[in-house]
Design a protein around this ligand. Structure first.
Ligand code: PAF
Length: 325
């Protein structure tokens, strides 16, 4: 049975209890942090976390610190009862669903102490939504700290690859702050027409939905061009999107997956050694930066990022660009 916990103290105690109850020597605690309004994309995260871990925890909390637009925060879908059913179906052991005053007792004055994400948090999504990634980093650090299972238990947290910029920020935060947690991702889940699943899709009408399909279409185009080693022609795709009806493009860029710095593809040959940063220092700084090397893992050569306003919602999507071997 899924237990729903609303206070940090009880959640931490429940994690410790679950760790001491398991027969595993070194159990793996897996956390899937969410803001609720769960869909099949979350389902994929929960399945992956369930399969790899021994104790599965999920959080449902709409975090006001990461909304720079109060209207977006107010309208963000909230459907806890339905979410709890989904979490139970996926075999979640512990659900943390705190009220606002539990996470931020003195909101909106507080919290006074927050995590800042520097220039990484001010690119692309961070530029258009000032403070967004600081808000994400602050709440995620709080969740990690509340859970922090005692050794020899291990701890992993799962995030959707759809939020690629968020993943880059969180990986960097974990490395910079030495947080004892592994970051895992699952690929973006798409509907039959290619649209990346998002809780915000609920607010698209039929015309918005058709317009939204342009986002994944251009990403698939970029992936196919990379695969065939054709020129990416990002400016040409941007022009198409500016002309498309029903959407307002914010950005379409090809970036380094870890630094999020823009990469300028060399015509017809996109690969780790075949991209140049837009600033003269970009390529050398991300190659020589020890921290970047430490968190790079098997990151793809490049990532295409897109964001647009479609009807009442802001949609984001991304795609790895992997040249043929
Ligand atoms: O990806 C999300 O749903 C949120 O940004 C997260 C990670 C749950 C933090 O509020």
């Amino acid at each position: 049975m899924t237990t729903v916990i609303t206070t940090a103290r009880e959640f931490r105690a429940a994690i410790r209890q679950a760790v001491s109850d398991t027969a595993e020597q070194s159990p793996l605690v897996s956390l899937v942090p969410t803001m609720g309004a769960l869909h099949s994309g979350h389902g994929a995260l929960l399945e992956a976390a369930r399969t790899s871990g021994d104790i599965l925890a999920a959080s449902v909390f709409v975090n006001p610190l990461q909304f720079n637009d109060p209207k977006d925060y107010r309208h963000y879908p909230r459907q806890l009862e339905a979410d709890l059913e989904i979490l139970a179906q996926h075999g979640v052991d512990l659900v943390f669903s705190p009220p606002l005053e539990q996470m931020y007792p003195d909101y909106p004055e507080g919290p006074l102490v927050r995590v800042t994400t520097g220039e990484l948090g001010r690119r692309w999504e961070g530029r258009s939504r000032p403070g967004h990634f600081d808000g994400v980093a602050t709440v995620v650090t709080k969740l990690f700290t509340i859970i922090a299972p005692p050794a020899p238990a291990r701890f992993e947290a799962w995030f959707g690859a759809k939020d690629a910029e968020q993943v880059a920020v969180i990986r960097r935060m974990v490395a910079d702050l030495h947080l004892p947690v592994g970051i895992r991702t699952v690929p973006t889940v798409r509907d039959g027409n290619g649209l990346a699943l998002s809780s915000r899709n609920q607010r698209l009408n039929a015309a918005d939905y058709d317009a939204a399909l342009h986002l994944s279409r251009v990403l698939f185009t970029l992936a196919a061009r990379t695969e065939k080693r054709e020129p990416l022609d990002v400016p040409g795709l941007r022009d198409e999107l500016h002309r498309a009806e029903g959407l307002e493009l914010d950005y379409l860029v090809v970036v380094d997956p870890l630094s999020l710095q823009e990469l300028v593809p060399v015509e017809g040959a996109l690969g780790a050694d075949e991209v140049l940063g837009t600033s003269s220092s970009a390529a050398s700084s991300h190659k020589s930066h020890g921290m970047m090397a430490a968190v790079r893992g098997d990151a793809p050569a490049a990532l295409a990022l897109i964001a647009a306003q479609v009807g009442p919602v802001r949609l984001i999507d991304n795609m790895e660009l992997r040249p043929p071997a």
